[in-house]
Design a protein around this ligand. Sequence first.
Ligand SMILES: *Cc1c(COP(=O)(O)O)cnc(C)c1O
Ligand code: SF4
Length: 460
Amino acid sequence: MPPDSKLAPPAPPALKPAVDPATLAHRDLLGGDFWRSIPAYAQVSREEFLDHRWQAKHSITNIGKLLTTLEGLVSEGFIADAKGGFERAPMSVRVSPYLLSLIDWRNPYEDPLRLQFIPLASRLLPDHPRLDLDSLHERVDMPVPGLTHRYTDKALFLALDTCPVYCRFCTRSYAVGIDTEEVSKFQLKVNLDRWEQTFAYIRSRPELEDIVISGGDAFQLRPEQITLIGESLLSIDHVRRMRYATKGPAVMPQKILTDDAWTDALTAVVEEGRRRHKEVVLHTHFNHPREITEITQAAMDKLFERGITVRNQTVLQRRVNDSVATMGLLVHRLSYLNVHPYYIYMHDLVKGVEDLRTTLATGLEIEKGIRGVTAGFNTPTVVVDAPGGGGKRDAHSYEHYDRTTGVSVYTAPAVHPGEVYFYFDPIDLLPPSGQARWADPVEQVRMVEEARVAALAAPH
Ligand SMILES: *Cc1c(COP(=O)(O)O)cnc(C)c1O
Ligand code: SF4
């Protein structure tokens, strides 16, 4: 069509409508003296509450103390239920006052933070028949006690076995915390000889470029231990990347703000790494947007000012964060604080927490729903850490997935070529026909075989 100067210029494109303020909820961080609503902390000043020593000293490490702190806040029925939960759970108890203050005690049964730390007997489900305690076979791939070398260029160093809190869903419940009646733990205490053996092994393996320092939890390392591990690893030429893994920022951000010796030790390792052109970062573990407060923001700002990169790994848990709305808010809020959402893990097969697991289908839906919420580099990958030692697989990369039996099959060509690995949805979330098959031991074997055959037949 020839241009026609008499025609009116085209109308400007309609402006995008202003967003609903509800979509900016990720910026509404809890502030003020929120802990004072807990009777036991009603008189605690801001200065005390921000003091990491106060938090550590008042962390609750036995069930009796926990239940006493909750008296008057929750019903007697709830207390009895929690007592029964701890009696049956293979875990140690440790809850920080900060965490306890973030739980909504008016609704303790449904609270997503309570669910992660305090088991209730009435909600426990039978374990999946395919569960085994060290489901990731971390101990099989250990050339030195406490060092898992599964992938070629990276290794996982379990430096110690204590944490600032104990989580119900912990994959390493075989090792962290003190022994409980249910589980006699594999010991991973701080032990300098064991650490020296670990450094010697890493030194002897030129292919190792990337070391994850975990546990347990790097928050529990003393400043001089942060330095010792950091300097020992940085001095190995072929080590190019290190990550200190800690749940600390999610459960006791006060430490970053007030434990100057610890934060300075970490900063010094990061700076020494930078001088040597090596990356040293912090990996943390937020699971729910309500775990992030103004105190967290101050702590993350401090790390950001020091040039310390923080990445986050989340565990997908039923009724905790198993919706697009909750996970989207978490991802948005972490991004706002300059924390990079890295992974969302499908919950490992761990003893005593079947009520927290959900289906692979849920993980896939969440991934679809949150991609596009924010920058691609802040969009986490949903992964399955394949039971049996296959390592992390992109949840979408299954060779086969049967939503009736809940069996999915993965391969890991770069890690263990030729092997197949299975993941299992929790049985109570399967359709009735799937549940009926799991009730029959003969069918259990058959379902796994069917899945193996289907996976091998699938086009590649
Ligand atoms: C998770 C993990 C790593 C690190 O894997 P990334 O995918 O690079 O985060 C290394 N070793 C083991 C045994 C692991 O489980
Ligand atoms: S902080 Fe990490 S290692 Fe410690 S109990 Fe929780 S999930 Fe396990």
